[in-house]
Design a binder for this molecule. Structure first.
Ligand SMILES: [Zn+2]
Length: 451
């Protein structure tokens, strides 16, 4: 039987406080967070605090543009924006800081320039880069980080970054946590959206609620894609991730999911692989869906959620953000529905929970592949690139590719054979493995109990 140790009942926020989950510092009283720098006697309190803040906006797409514009209108004077994408013509109907002459330019640099031009006393810096390429000190230098990202995995990565800042390695107690930025996360999908405030060790984090996010289209286990494809998406992912880099060898550059020639190439190879494994359903439209991770965007929803995120920044700055109502959910799909929610922290959250020990029960006869797939698909873990080390020995490494190729041979071996040396062992045994996930900055002790 495969089972993950069930999480204890979730506690209310008041219970949480009684048990000693107090935040590392009271946000509004943190001198580091909002040390006033502006002495302008005529400035209102809101203006004065807004001028003292350093805010990072992650993502300069449709939502990011709205967040940036509203922050500047509120009077925030120090803003940074980071995005790795360039502007495309299809962006222009909803990304309000760009125009036709900006096509092909960096979103982050162009958005920063547009804000500087309109708000002359606003210091805006753009970073044309992926958030995953920036050091922790970069994120540490901001009081608030507002996420307008379009990917669940990027959100999870940013969330784990903030907790790495809040809890230096080796300090397992929230009371020992140091200062970390507050994360405000915005997200939209069509006519629905949400904005939530994440204060380390005080509110639920992204990982606490990871089971609420739908799996993204690209989350296919590498071992399944390579070894045992079952769905048409697996064949498409194989053609795009494995065949394209090896067969083109860099001659055509990286795969462009919007290039018709590239799409046609992937479609042809995916069809061949699907026929080889007797799988139906590979179509051009499915290839586009898988490659482009397409999510519908509505400009008005982005404006609404962007404004809500910016308003939370100002409320935080003024100490009036309500700690028990940190999640705004907007649903315009069937009428107008707006809710403010309180979400409890998950005690077994691998990022912020006090009981984050991961315990997995499995049959010793099960192959390692089954354990790796469980780590990827379990709703409370959702590992992206799980790697397992036991007694300093890599059992399976999902990255880098040379290590993956070396350890891939273990995937079909029974766990008993790998860990006990006898695939017919009958006795129960417990092993402590180190689970890491390079895609999520996750490193956790994992207790594997074989039966
Ligand atoms: Zn958490």
């Amino acid at each position: 039987m495969v089972a993950l140790e069930s999480a204890p009942p979730r506690s209310s926020s008041m219970e949480t406080r009684r048990e000693g989950w107090l935040p590392p510092k009271s946000f509004s009283s943190s001198a580091m967070a909002f040390e006033p720098k502006c002495d302008a006697a005529s400035a209102s309190e809101t203006e004065r605090v807004a001028r003292s803040m350093r805010v990072l906006v992650a993502g300069a797409g449709a939502l990011g543009c709205e967040i940036l514009r509203t922050l500047a209108l509120y009077g925030v004077k120090e803003i940074a924006v980071i995005d790795m994408d360039v502007i495309e013509e299809s962006n222009l109907n909803r990304q309000s800081l760009f125009s036709t002459e900006n096509i092909g330019q960096s979103k982050a640099l162009t958005a920063a320039a547009a804000l500087r031009e309109r708000f002359r006393d606003c210091d805006v810096v753009g970073y044309h880069a992926a958030i995953q390429d920036m050091p922790l000190d970069f994120f540490r230098s901001f009081q608030v980080i507002v996420s307008g990202l379009d990917s669940v995995e990027a959100r999870r990565w940013l969330n784990s970054c903030i907790f790495h800042i809040a809890r230096p390695v080796g300090l397992e107690s929230a009371r020992n946590a140091s200062y970390a930025p507050v994360l405000i996360d915005g997200g939209t999908e069509g006519l629905a959206g949400q904005a939530r405030t994440i204060r380390p060790y005080e509110t639920a984090c992204i990982e606490c609620t990871v089971d609420l996010y739908a799996n993204e289209g690209t989350q296919y286990p590498l071992c399944t894609v390579v070894g045992t494809p079952r769905e048409p998406e697996h064949c498409i992912e194989y053609a795009a991730s494995a065949l394209w880099p090896s067969q083109h060898n860099g001659s055509l550059g990286p795969l462009d999911p919007y290039n018709a020639e590239h799409i046609e190439w992937v479609y042809g190879r995916a069809r061949q692989r699907a026929e080889q494994f007797g799988i139906d359903g590979v179509t051009v439209s499915l290839v586009k869906h898988v490659l482009q991770h397409s999510v519908p965007a509505v400009a008005t929803t982005n404006a609404f959620i962007g404004a809500a995120c910016a308003l939370e920044v100002v409320k935080l700055a003024n100490g009036i953000s309500h700690p028990d109502a940190t999640w705004l959910a907007f649903n315009g799909t069937s009428g107008i529905c707006i809710q403010s929610l309180h979400i409890d922290r998950r005690r077994s959250c691998p990022i912020c929970g006090p009981e984050s020990r991961i315990t997995i029960h499995m049959s010793g006869k099960a192959p390692l592949r089954e354990l790796v797939e469980l780590l990827r698909t379990h709703p409370e873990l959702r590992c992206r690139n799980p790697s397992l080390v036991w007694a300093y020995r890599p059992i399976y490494m999902s990255a880098p590719r040379p290590l993956e190729e070396v350890t891939r041979q273990n995937l079909d071996k029974p766990l008993n054979q790998i860990l006990i040396g006898n695939q017919n062992a009958e006795n129960s045994a417990e092993f402590i493995l180190t689970l890491t996930d390079s895609g999520l900055r996750l490193s956790r002790e994992m207790h594997l109990i074989l039966h």
